[in-house]
Ligand binder design. Structure first.
Ligand code: 5AD
Ligand code: SF4
Length: 468
């Protein structure tokens, strides 16, 4: 193991703080204290918030979605694009009024945005009613921060990047009962030139495979049927560690756990996606037939400027290899439109790649400069308006492809996990092993069941009938 997997002393200390918070809150409140966790951004943040919720429950809080009832409110923020940051500022501005109505309210901001010095400074100066600000690598210390603030400590700003320790066994309160997130690694080493993530989440650190397996087994035993392994680049899982377990091997070991459940994972960086991984998806029945493989741009010139370490040809070969091995594979991707210096000629390369691969769905973004990243100081002559027009062109292309993909699924039968209620009375909904959502007749007794469903039509969502 190359990273100090922290022994439990750090956690024990925090659980002691949690107990102190609990004692103190019960003394000072006439009601059960309520906490509200508001999450922005990616699945990693959703998973982090589930751990914040776990810690809050340890502290005696019950959870609420109602900001007006909350005694503690925390914003778990995202910094990946400017739009995400703007939304956070709008939201934290509302805390001023909430505090007028409830002077005992404690408010915190954490996550990727809070990890940036400039943001922390802005909150310090312009949002004096925010009590606690902390970065991505110290979130297990939430009990300590709340306790100190309850005891009258000055406002807390804790941005320090830790030494890379992974704190295991932090309590977790998962949002769902059937579908659950399972982080296998943290941070990123790739430094794509547009991306803030390596700066705010620190260097790549992989969890110990035994700890991951232990958690996966516990999730399966608790009834989880759909487990998504999380990491910024899951394909580099285990790099630099002495245990020698690759991502593909980790998948195989999770696949060996008894029971009917599904394994998903994200995100895969194309530069580290191996044939071993593709073979593993093909061979392991519990692994979903889905690969999210962001290519960002179809132009080799732009890929170089982005520091992506693969080219168009290599990416297309990878797609070919995956389709050959796994014919029913759902392919999805991320694309950035309007990277600094991108010309319409470059953008056409993106369009032609989309045309060629025929992705099931795409996550498309207009480039957003992030302070401190190399791309933020590159020349960017194309106007926002023009980038918007390119973006719309890409969406139109993908709409046509998606409707063809939809037609191709009609009449086919899929194994579907019933995981939600449908859009109307008497309907339930579920996911295929790819990414399709299907509605069919049934009631709540089907929740958590795997069913064979034939897809009969498409009306905003697939409609189908159970055939077993
Ligand atoms: N601007 C626009 N999109 C970005 N992404 C990451 N950084 C930026 C940025 N600065 C997109 C990438 C990534 C996804 C999670 O967000 O496509 O894969
Ligand atoms: Fe950002 Fe690139 Fe790391 Fe993904 S792989 S988190 S895009 S730096």
């Amino acid at each position: 193991m190359s990273f100090g997997h922290c022994d439990n002393a750090v956690l024990t200390e925090q659980l002691t703080f949690a107990k102190r918070v609990k004692d103190r809150l019960y003394k000072s409140f006439g009601h059960i204290p309520l906490a509200c966790v508001i999450t922005f951004g990616c699945q990693q943040n959703v998973s982090d918030s589930e751990h914040l919720k776990g810690l809050l429950c340890e502290m005696g809080y019950s959870l609420t979605d109602d900001t007006e009832k909350a005694d503690f409110i925390i914003f778990n923020t995202c910094a990946v694009r400017e739009h995400a940051e703007d939304r956070v500022y709008g939201n934290i501005g509302r805390v001023k009024q909430l505090k007028k109505d409830n002077p005992a309210l404690i408010a915190a901001v954490c996550g990727c945005m809070a990890q940036q010095e400039t943001v922390a400074e802005k909150i310090k100066k312009s949002y004096p009613y925010i009590d606690i600000v902390f970065g991505t690598q110290v979130s297990h210390r939430l009990p300590e921060f709340i306790y100190k603030r309850l005891c009258g400590s000055p406002r807390i700003f804790e941005l320090k990047q830790d030494n890379g320790d992974i704190i295991e066994n932090v309590p977790v309160k998962r949002d769902g009962k059937l579908k659950g997130w399972l982080p296998i690694m943290y941070g990123c080493n790739n430094f794509c030139t547009y991306c803030i993530v390596p700066y705010v989440r620190g260097r790549e650190r992989s969890r110990d495979p035994e700890k991951i397996l232990e958690e996966a087994r516990a999730m399966v035993a608790a009834g989880y049927k759909d487990i998504t392994l999380l990491g910024q680049n899951v394909n580099s899982y285990g790099k630099g560690c002495t245990h020698g377990v690759t991502f593909a091997e980790l998948l195989r070991r999770i696949n060996d756990i008894e029971g009917e459940f599904r394994i998903r994972f994200m995100t895969s960086h194309p530069k580290d996606c191996t044939v071993e991984l593709l073979d593993t998806i093909r061979d392991c029945k519990k692994i979903s037939r889905h690969l999210h493989l962001p290519f960002q741009s179809g132009s080799d010139r732009i890929l170089k400027l982005m520091n992506r370490h693969y080219d168009r040809k290599g990416y297309l070969e990878l797609i070919k290899a995956s389709k050959e091995r796994i014919p029913d594979l759902a392919l999805t991707s991320d694309i950035i439109v309007g990277f600094p210096g991108e010309t319409y000629e470059d953008f056409k390369e993106t369009l032609s790649l989309v045309e060629q691969v025929r992705f099931t769905s795409l996550f498309t973004f207009i480039y957003s400069p992030r302070g401190g990243t190399p791309a933020a100081i590159m020349e960017d002559p194309v106007s926002r308006k023009e980038k918007g027009e390119w973006f719309d062109e890409l969406l139109r292309l993908q709409e046509g492809i998606a409707s063809e993909n939809i037609k191709a699924l009609l009449g086919k039968t899929f194994r579907v996990l019933c995981d939600d209620f449908g859009s109307a009375e008497g309907l339930m909904s579920g996911h295929t092993a790819g990414t399709a959502v299907v509605e069919f007749e049934g009631d709540s007794s089907l929740l958590g069941e795997f069913l064979d469903v034939e897809i009969t039509s498409y009306e905003n969502v697939f409609k189908g009938k159970i055939i077993n």
